[in-house]
Write a protein of this length. Structure first.
Length: 434
């Protein structure tokens, strides 16, 4: 039997009982009494139905605050069904709210920007990455047209042409952004932004490194190949000329060897396959080696002194010897004959520190921030004279990063420079042991 038919059976039965009762009263007490009872029963039934309709209308106006009555008769089933529908609706709304919160939380953690727009580019929502990339604000710009918020000619052209299958590379707010619009549903579009600034910077560094390395290797190779061609074309060179050529080729070959070794050292320092292995570094022995190498490079042309007033530290002895040696050799190379150098290992306010102070040519302030860049040279002609590879301070920077140390530089042109390597207090061997 149909559920709807079952729903109406009780109401029909109650109606029949009402009129049947009125007929019995009319049979025993007269037709007027029966009619009066029937009318009274109908009036009561109508009032009850109107009351339930009033209660239903009030509940429909505000289902959250007004409670459904238990009902009577057929209204019991009606109110029960409405309550179940309301309960299911609340459960669905709660689940949707939870999913929306999860979606927004996930979108907020994305490194890429996401802007949800309607079909006419009015912004509905954006995540924090999009706010950083495009200068938007979700609370302020919601409901605004995106083309009014992002005033960039290339972006406007991208919107007008509508070629969304290809991303757009955009320079905006000092960032390099890759932007693409993705249509979804019938009346929604997603604007996705990816910050390629760091990738572009790394790519530029890679190109510069290759160009600089090629340039550094080309000069010695040109010299060596030139002398080899002369030797091949003129087998009867006199002994003096041959010795001079061999000396120059040896120097250029050593220069290439040093450059290749420095590049391999940098590669090793940057590789995750070579983690830092801490050991107790005998600083007295290490500093004696640095002093001996500096004096050998100087050849007696400078006064070099050593101060050692700090305890041992934990670190990589080989890496620290490379870093300290680079700083000392640079001081020797850029200090004129008769100058003075001081190598010092002392305790500073924040921890132990190694410093190299010279009376050399000094460095102008605009160059200081770029000294640790690969192949960066303050004076290229002088760098060739001193046989530097241009990678020494880059090696120093990476060694210090691995040891949680920092490099500070104080320099005045024609007065000298001081390079200070500051280690944290936790680098002390006694601190690590404790």
């Amino acid at each position: 039997m149909s559920p709807r038919l079952l729903f109406w059976i009780p109401a029909v039965l109650r109606l029949l009982l009402t009129f049947g009762g009125a007929g019995l009263i009319g049979l025993f007490f007269g037709p007027v009494a029966g009619l009066a009872v029937g009318l009274l029963a109908m009036t009561v039934a109508i009032v009850v139905q109107l009351n339930y309709l009033y209660l239903l209308a009030g509940w429909l106006d505000d289902p959250g605050k007004v409670r459904l009555p238990d009902g009577w008769g057929a209204w019991t089933d009606i109110f029960s069904r409405l309550y179940r529908l309301r309960r299911d609706d609340e459960r669905n709304r709660t689940e949707l709210t939870e999913w929306l919160a999860r979606f927004r939380q996930a979108m907020s953690l994305l490194p890429d920007g996401v802007v949800i727009m309607d079909d006419v580019l009015f912004m509905e929502w954006c995540n924090p990455a999009a706010e950083r990339h495009l200068g938007l604000r979700d609370d302020r710009d919601k409901g605004m047209r995106v083309t009014n918020l992002i005033r960039n000619p290339d972006f406007i052209d991208y919107i007008i042409l509508g070629r969304y299958d290809q991303p757009l590379t955009l320079s905006l707010r000092e960032r390099k952004l890759i932007v693409q619009i993705i249509p979804f549903e019938n009346r929604r579009q997603i604007l996705v932004t990816h910050d390629a600034t760091e990738t572009e910077r790394i790519e530029m560094m890679r190109r510069d490194f290759i160009a600089n390395a090629s340039h550094e290797l080309r000069t010695p190779l040109t010299v060596i190949n030139g002398f080899l061609e002369i030797a091949s074309g003129q087998p009867n060179l006199d002994a003096v000329t041959r010795a001079s050529h061999l000396k120059l080729m040896t120097e250029q070959g050593r220069r290439m060897q040093n450059l290749v070794e420095d590049m391999l050292t940098l590669t090793r320092l940057e590789s995750i396959d070579y983690p830092l292995r801490l050991e107790r570094v005998d600083m007295a022995n290490l500093l004696d080696q640095i002093l001996h190498e500096a004096r050998a490079l100087s050849g007696g042309k400078h006064t070099i002194t050593l101060v050692n007033d700090a305890p041992d530290i934990n670190g990589s002895a080989d890496e620290l010897r490379s870093a300290f040696g680079n700083l000392a050799s640079n001081a020797v190379r850029y200090t004129p004959e008769g100058g003075a150098l001081t190598l010092a290992w002392q305790m500073g306010r924040g921890g132990p520190q190694f410093s190299v102070q010279d009376t050399g040519i000094g460095i102008r302030a605009e160059h200081l921030s770029r000294l640790t860049e690969r192949f960066y040279r303050v004076d290229k002609s002088r760098s060739r004279e001193t046989q530097g590879t241009g990678l020494g301070l880059a090696i120093v920077k990476h060694v210090l990063l691995r040891h949680d140390a920092i490099l500070a530089i104080d320099s005045q042109p024609e007065q000298g420079s001081t390079f200070i390597v500051r280690f944290p207090m936790t680098a002390l061997a006694e601190a690590m042991a404790a």
